[in-house]
Ligand binder design. Structure first.
Ligand code: KG4
Ligand code: ZN
Length: 345
């Protein structure tokens, strides 16, 4: 049994969590997430402010998560920290803190790729959300479609060619005059919209696409965002909900179709969603309906584990720790880095 402290500071959430167990038999003992509200007034994350806020919040957030778990610093066997991808200044706060803490306690430190964390998040709530499965990771910065044969063995099938799904939600929210982060606001407004009023074409979806085609699994959302911009220009305020609905339908249809193709091609009976956009109910429900005829089950995280959190970092960190991986003292932070464990497609 290992008790691991997870730390996440890659963007605008300062988070710490304590997780104990081994393999897939783990228990989450605490999770503290402090969301930096300050960025709302700027309509997006301001990197330097994010770093400074992490510096202020990290010690109290870690202290709180240890107290919630009922342990002291010496109850920790290892420290896991997000070291890529993300805002470098923000990541450096967590990385520097984690290395110093691990060194001071004389325990190992493990670096975790943020998107691999999202891949593990759903397993914390659903015992069956474990490999083999098809994974759709949809966050503010990334959109990845993967076939997961085993933890640590990932086949990258598709990705976005421009904007990430969450980024598209945030940009469309801005065009519609909704607050940041826009995903939940667009989802809510879209529910009130009439689906027959506007229609946007489904990006990268063509009839007769074959698994070998290079756009079979990739997605692209920047054209959709431009279509929304043109629709907003010629519309009345009453149209906002209808436009949100048309955008939402086009984006969800595209993601659902691509994910269902992957599950069918690899014969997977489990589909796991991860990342902030995975908290979107419509996406999970549409996917569930679409893959039912394949006999596949869909697992989506609750909003708390869908958005950035340290529990998923502790969970992915435990996996690497158990494989004997240890971060060197010069562990660094990187704005972008390929997912570890990629196998040839
Ligand atoms: O994974 P995450 O918390 O941070 C990154 O790693 O980027 O994802 C944040 C993104 C934001 O773009 C936000 O608008 C989006 O997730 N999001 C949603 C929903 N909740 C959060 N998008 C669509 N529907 C939602 N319900
Ligand atoms: Zn994330």
């Amino acid at each position: 049994m290992t008790r691991i402290l997870g730390i996440e500071t890659s963007c605008d959430e300062t988070s710490a969590a304590v997780l104990a167990g081994s393999g897939d038999a783990v228990a989450l003992e605490s999770l503290v997430i402090l969301s930096q509200d300050v960025h709302r007034v700027f309509g997006g994350v301001v990197p330097e402010i994010a770093s400074r806020q992490h510096l202020i919040a990290l010690v109290p957030v870690v202290t709180r998560s240890l107290a919630d778990a009922g342990i002291g610093l010496h109850g920790i066997d290892a420290v896991a920290v997000t070291n890529a991808p993300g805002l470098v200044g923000a990541l450096l706060v967590g990385v520097s803190f984690a290395k110093a803490l691990a060194f001071g306690l004389g325990v190992p430190c493990v670096g975790v790729h943020h998107m691999e964390g999202h891949l593990f998040a759903t397993a914390l709530e659903h015992a069956d959300a474990v490999p083999p499965f098809t994974a759709l990771l949809v966050s503010g910065g990334h959109t990845l479609l993967l076939d997961v044969e085993a933890w640590g063995r990932y086949r990258l099938l598709g990705r976005t060619r421009d904007d990430a799904a969450g980024e598209a939600f945030d940009k469309v929210a801005k065009l519609l005059g909704l607050p940041y982060p826009g995903g939940p606001h667009v989802e809510r407004l879209a529910r009130q919209g009439d689906p027959s009023r506007f229609r946007f074409s489904r990006p990268m979806l063509r009839r007769n696409q074959q698994p070998g085609d290079d756009d079979y699994y990739d997605v692209s959302f920047s054209g959709l965002k431009t279509a929304v911009l043109h629709a907003v220009r010629g519309s009345t305020p009453d149209d906002a909900a209808h436009i949100a609905r048309a955008f939402h339908d086009a984006l969800v249809d595209t993601l659902v179709e691509k994910t269902a193709r992957a599950a069918a091609q690899f014969g997977r009976t489990r589909v796991v969603l991860g990342g902030g956009v995975a908290g979107n109910r419509t996406l999970a429900e549409s996917l569930r309906e679409r893959v039912r005829r394949l006999g596949a089950e869909v697992y989506a995280p609750s909003p708390r584990l869908a958005t950035d959190n340290a529990a998923m970092i502790a969970r992915a960190g435990l996996f690497h720790f158990e494989r004997g991986e240890r971060a060197p003292l010069d562990l660094n932070a990187f704005a972008s880095q390929p997912l570890p464990g990629l196998v040839d497609a």
